[in-house]
Design a protein. Structure first.
Length: 232
């Protein structure tokens, strides 16, 4: 069971974050980057799961500038409507700055060994890619990131390992966009890409419409192996 901590942002604001502690310290840390539903039970479970694997895990409330404390699901039309309103109102550049502030905050924690990675899903998948291009994270993992094809001009700024999980039938990332992403990044020395045939967006979201247990487990195992390799 995690707890809440406050993190100062680079522009003097304060956001909350859900933190789950590992059984030992110091430990490497992982920043969990939310979907469009806020820091909800799915994100808290992912954060708790990483703590159970030995990581100091923290999930910041990146929607705090719009409406602090968003905690909704993907189970109703009204919640989807709210989620897309939040997505459209979200300032990606500010969000990446807030992730950078979270990385710095958790890296300075006495229970962190100085290594910090990040993993993001959906909107967070794009933000994980931008975490790799714009921050000093030691490793980043992107699950079915939306809009990455519009950010490929930043790829030359990736200097630390980035793992990408792409759903081949992603309704929010057309085939042409996927081809752009793979074409631009597949040969990058720091980037590893796995594609998942037949899978739609959010295939790893437990309880979601497109959840696939086998591929979610495969992606999860690849993610943990990647963090073990690059975070120790």
């Amino acid at each position: 069971m995690g707890e809440t901590r406050s993190i100062r942002t680079s522009d003097g604001g304060t956001m909350s974050a859900y933190v789950a502690w590992p059984g030992r310290s110091p430990a490497a840390a992982v920043v969990v980057i939310q979907e469009i539903f806020g820091v909800n039970q799915v994100m808290r479970d992912i954060t708790d799961g990483l703590a159970a694997q030995g990581y100091l895990a923290v999930c910041p409330d990146l929607f705090w500038r719009i409406e602090p404390g968003i905690d909704i699901t993907d189970q109703s039309e009204a919640e989807w409507k709210k989620a897309f309103e939040l997505f459209n109102a979200f300032d990606v550049d500010k969000g990446v700055q807030d992730i950078a502030a979270t990385l710095a905050d958790i890296r300075a924690d006495s229970t962190c060994n100085g290594k910090v990675g990040a993993v993001g899903f959906c909107l967070g998948g794009q933000l994980a890619y931008l975490t790799a291009t714009r921050t000093d994270a030691d490793a980043a993992v992107s699950y079915y990131g939306v809009g990455i094809e519009n950010r490929l001009g930043e790829a030359d700024k990736i200097t630390k390992p980035l793992l990408m999980h792409i759903a081949e039938e992603d309704q929010f990332v057309p085939k042409a966009a996927q081809a752009q992403i793979v074409g631009a990044l597949n040969a990058h020395p720091q980037v590893t890409i796995h594609t998942y045939p037949g899978r739609d967006h959010a295939f790893a979201r437990v309880g979601g419409e497109h959840y696939d247990e086998h591929d979610a487990r495969t992606a999860g195992e690849r993610t943990l192996a990647f963090f073990r390799q690059h975070l120790g």
